[in-house]
Design a protein around this ligand. Structure first.
Ligand code: NZQ
Ligand code: ZN
Length: 393
């Protein structure tokens, strides 16, 4: 094994009725006045929000609820949440929803603990984050992994810039994970989640680093499980077995475990964020739309990695290295299509883009030349442009 650090302190309550533990967990982590954050209304419709509110009321925990977080959550909403939380005197933020709600809750927590600082300055790493409020989560979609991850992704709605911010303060205190809470998901969101979970592992697995056998084996088995159960989940989002396997994979895929010791790539995520920032497309769809092009473009950096992926994940027999690698890429793309996910721009629904837009996306992705992207193959502005061009059909 290569050297690594691993800090995944989130307490997990997993299984049927897990949400009944929410009040107890809030108390355990010091919450007395709770701001509940939720999205566009799915948790109102399902009755989950009301159930949680009743639990808190019975336990003598004061709360205030704010809804309206949109997918690709906006900085402006997080800022208004900070004002609400401060007005209410919140000492704990509870997210009831998916990655967008959880990331907004993380942003609110950081803002409440640092009321004199500009929230976006943390996301751009202009100032260090030294304190935050505790955050708890009740998860309703298996996808982003934010319920245990150290990331939070916000979109600055003044500039349409979507950035992920990593800090140990982003690790929630607890994650309540009842697979039944995901049964009301639209099939498209289930599929987006399956892709995102796969990509959190693939973006770590395609690495220049060698010598992390157990990490590789964990990554490969996670991918096999998600691929298997993803099909069933999309066919029937109320299949407990499939939804529960996917739910736990979602956390393990993005808490760091599937990349320990490796130099993480994450280029497809960075390329995808630009697509979501500009076109407001779902995160999972942005990833499958770009991965095929990324893989074909980067394959030659280390074909043997794709060969291992072909054998271990897809059961493809080893032949000529490049052909085997291409067969694995083809299998992955066909799988994405089979669950209704796009593999190019037209399938993503944004149509064929002009040269000018492709250049703009590439410029923004490399922060106008201030950074490169990825590690499997280090991508500069021209590389990023070439990958967008490959996906532009
Ligand atoms: O807003 P509501 O009405 O709740 O509807 C949501 C939303 O429309 C719906 N939904 C969620 N649970 C549901 C449900 N509908 C019916 N029944 C349920 N049980 O699903 C839609 C998508 O929700 P969202 O929270 O956006 O999904 P997801 O968990 O995929 O989160 C995506 C966001 O997370 C970021 C993405 O970039 C994107 O902004 N990510 C966060 C990461 C992190 N913090 O570690 C890592 C990821 O790579 C990702 O970038
Ligand atoms: Zn993701």
């Amino acid at each position: 094994m290569q050297s690594f650090g691993f800090y995944s302190p989130t307490e997990v309550a997993f299984g049927k009725d897990a949400e009944l533990k929410t009040a107890e967990l809030i108390k355990k982590y010091g919450g007395t006045r709770v701001l509940i954050v939720y999205g566009g209304g799915s948790v109102v419709k399902s009755g989950l929000l009301e159930g949680i509110e009743q639990l808190l009321a019975k336990s003598g925990i004061a709360f205030n609820s704010i809804g309206g977080v949109k997918p690709n959550p906006r900085l402006s909403f997080a800022k208004s949440g900070i004002k609400e939380a401060i007005k209410f005197g919140a000492d704990f933020i509870l997210a009831v929803g998916g990655g967008s709600v959880i990331d907004t809750a993380k942003g609110i927590a950081h803002g409440v603990a640092n009321p004199d600082k500009d929230l976006w300055a943390f996301w751009t790493n202009e100032i260090p984050l030294e304190r935050s409020l505790p955050v708890g989560t009740v998860l309703t979609i298996s996808a982003a992994g934010s319920e245990t991850s150290e990331s939070a992704v916000l979109t600055n709605d003044e500039t349409n810039t979507k950035i992920g911010y990593d800090t140990p303060f982003n690790r929630p205190k607890f994650a309540v994970m009842n697979p039944e809470l995901t049964f009301t998901l639209p099939v498209y969101q289930v599929a987006c989640g399956v892709v995102d979970i796969m990509m959190h592992t693939l973006d770590r697995y395609f690495t220049p680093t060698e010598g992390n056998e157990i990490t590789d084996e964990i990554a490969e088995s996670l991918l096999r499980v998600v691929i298997k159960h993803g099909k069933t989940a999309v066919a029937n989002p109320s299949d407990y077995e499939a939804m529960s396997e996917i739910m736990w994979c979602g956390s393990l895929s993005h808490n760091g475990l599937t990349g320990l010791g490796a130099d993480w790539d994450f280029a497809p995520h960075q390329l995808g964020h630009e697509l979501s920032g500009k076109f407001d497309v779902a995160h999972g769809a942005s990833l499958s739309a770009i991965w095929d092009s990324w893989a074909k473009y980067c394959l030659k950096a280390k074909p043997e990695r794709f060969v291992r992926y072909a054998q271990k994940v897809w059961g493809i027999e080893k032949g000529n290295a490049e052909e085997t690698a291409l067969a694995a890429i083809e299998k992955t793309a066909s799988y994405f299509k089979s669950v209704g996910m796009p593999t190019c721009f037209t399938e993503l629904g944004i149509g064929v883009q002009s040269e000018e837009i492709l250049r703009e996306l590439a410029d923004r992705c490399v922060f106008f030349g201030k950074r490169t992207v990825g590690s499997f193959k280090v991508l500069d502005r021209e590389d990023v442009y070439n990958i967008y061009k490959l996906a532009n059909h």
